[in-house]
Design a protein around this ligand. Structure first.
Ligand code: C5P
Length: 202
């Protein structure tokens, strides 16, 4: 059972992917955390966010302990992740890790931007989770005490534009993915709907 969950920032895809993994007893990989870890590592080493070869080397030798670093959730890290993820060399360096996670015999849940289109196009169950930019900004704002709602919305729109506009593995719904718009749903409601959609595909 392989489940691909894609969608824009703060759509609820991470929460839904974790809940699906728990429900079906599958391992889960948050692939955005990999890009964030590379971004954080680049910021720590003052590596230029345009230097493809240097960033690919960081990605290939990724320090997995960074996946536990609380700075992974900072806005500066998210911004760096979104910039470096447009570079094909960085995406290529993270490909094998994601594909081997997806190839586990018992199945897996992966969430990101290109799971259903590039990493696991053969996955039987694919969800494209979305919500309106206003709803996503309000959710992120509630998670980040002291943040400014307008700034969070501007940030989300900039990240959406970069993630959808890049040439390599842009954020887009796979033709065979089920669309789950969580704008008007509670977390529980969205999770129940996701479980139902996956069951109907597997
Ligand atoms: O999902 P999350 O917000 O943690 O992702 C951080 C950034 O990593 C995204 O803005 C996106 O640019 C990039 N990303 C990606 N492909 C993935 C997962 C994340 O390009 N599969």
């Amino acid at each position: 059972m392989l489940i691909a969950v894609d969608g824009p920032a703060a759509s609820g895809k991470g929460t839904i992917a974790r809940a699906l993994a728990r429900h079906f007893g599958l391992p889960h990989m948050d692939t955005g955390a990999l890009y964030r870890a590379v971004g954080l590592s680049a910021l720590d080493r003052a590596t230029s966010l345009d230097d493809g070869p240097a960033l690919a080397a960081l990605a290939a030798a990724l320090d997995l302990s960074l996946l536990e670093d609380p700075r992974l959730r900072h806005a500066a890290t998210a911004d760096a992740a979104s910039r470096i993820s447009a570079l094909p060399a960085v995406r290529g360096a993270l490909l094998a890790l994601q594909r081997s996670f997806a190839a586990q015999p018992g199945g897996a849940v992966l969430d990101g931007r290109d799971i259903g289109t590039v990493i696991a196009p053969h996955a039987p169950a694919k969800l494209f989770v979305t919500a309106s930019p206003q709803v996503r900004a309000a959710r992120r704002h509630a998670e980040l005490p002291g943040s400014d709602l307008d700034a969070v919305l501007a940030d989300i729109l900039a990240r959406d534009a970069r993630d959808s506009g890049r040439a390599d593995a842009p954020l887009k719904q796979a033709p065979d993915a089920d669309l789950l718009d969580t704008s008007e749903m509670t977390i529980d409601g969205a999770v129940q709907r996701a479980i139902h959609l996956v069951q109907s595909r597997t």
